[in-house]
Design a protein around this ligand. Structure first.
Ligand SMILES: C[S@@+](CC[C@H](N)C(=O)[O-])C[C@H]1O[C@@H](n2cnc3c(N)ncnc32)[C@H](O)[C@@H]1O
Length: 279
């Protein structure tokens, strides 16, 4: 039968099945307004796999065994990975001026654990690493940073820690000098995070929708920013409660500035600032 839907477009049925799949596996809602974006992004993948059109790609996805093979790629297609160094900088000011001094004072601790959940390409994790490393100068404490994300594509970039020089625009000049390596070849536009910070930072794949997280339960600060906004209210509640169960008493959770509504989703949370919570 010849399909009336052009090869570059999704039929209603195909859009619904992908949207349901993504919401159940990743937690991300795909409203009708995202259809064009999805078609555009899927088109590249469809061509790479030599399918005749998006319809054939989606039908194939639901054939036995195919989803397992393709889900990682599909997740890479639907996730929005926008991030920056020092994004929403007030969180890093709070971390430096309030959270870290307080956490270190509590019981004379000498080590700190920070988790960037939904870390995308690693800029959030490395920003925390720069701020903490700077704070360790002349003081005796250590820190470890964990970055997790569902997308294997962004995790590969985070592990490589190679960025374009343009991405350094929000980074203070002194930190650029101290924490990034530049090629001797001055025509090269890439920089790499120094090994001292990379050694303190680990990345692993983790789905926030999972029923348990393979992460320590004594984390001091969790950044979970600009991902909750894509989830349904009930998913937001479950994710936040689960994240908080990995914080040590007195630990902090920071969410994105468009996500302060989680206060009403999990009423038991102590709100320190609109987007900063404490357990
Ligand atoms: C917009 S980026 C935010 C990056 C960073 N937190 C920031 O604020 O700059 C959202 C990230 O969430 C990740 N993500 C989406 N759904 C996820 C899930 N269910 N579990 C883990 N990560 C997820 C995406 O892959 C993407 O890298």
């Amino acid at each position: 039968m010849i399909s009336a839907v052009p090869a570059t477009q999704l039929s209603d049925r195909h859009f619904r099945s992908i949207a349901q799949l993504i919401e159940s596996q990743v937690g991300i809602k795909l409203p009708a307004a995202k259809r064009l974006m999805l078609e555009g992004r899927l088109h590249k993948r469809v061509r790479a796999l030599n399918f005749s059109g998006i319809g054939e790609y989606v039908d194939n996805l639901f054939e036995q065994g195919q989803l397992e093979l393709e889900l990682t790629h599909l997740i890479d297609v639907v996730t929005t990975n926008k991030t920056d160094f020092f994004r929403e900088p007030s969180h890093f000011v709070f971390m430096k001026d309030v959270a870290v001094p307080e956490l270190l004072k509590a019981r004379g601790r000498k080590d700190l654990k920070v988790w960037s959940a939904a870390c995308s390409m690693g800029m959030e994790a490395y920003t925390a690493a720069m701020v903490l490393d700077d704070m360790t100068r002349g003081r005796t404490f250590q820190y470890r940073i964990l970055g997790t994300d569902i997308s294997t594509a962004v995790l590969a970039l985070a592990k490589a820690a190679i960025y374009t020089h343009d991405a350094l625009a929000p980074v203070p000049a002194e930190f650029i000098k101290r924490y990034f390596l530049r090629s001797r070849d001055r025509t090269c536009t890439e920089v790499r995070v120094v090994p001292e910070l990379r050694r303190m930072t680990n990345f692993m794949r983790m789905n926030l929708m999972d029923s348990s997280y393979p992460v320590d339960r004594d984390v001091d600060i969790i950044f979970c920013r600009n991902v909750l906004i894509y989830f349904e209210r009930e998913t937001q509640r479950k994710v936040i409660e689960q994240l908080c169960s990995h914080l040590r008493p007195g630990g902090y959770l920071m969410v994105g500035h468009s996500e302060s509504m989680i206060h009403s989703v999990v009423p038991g949370l102590k709100q320190v600032q609109p987007t900063i919570f404490r357990v």
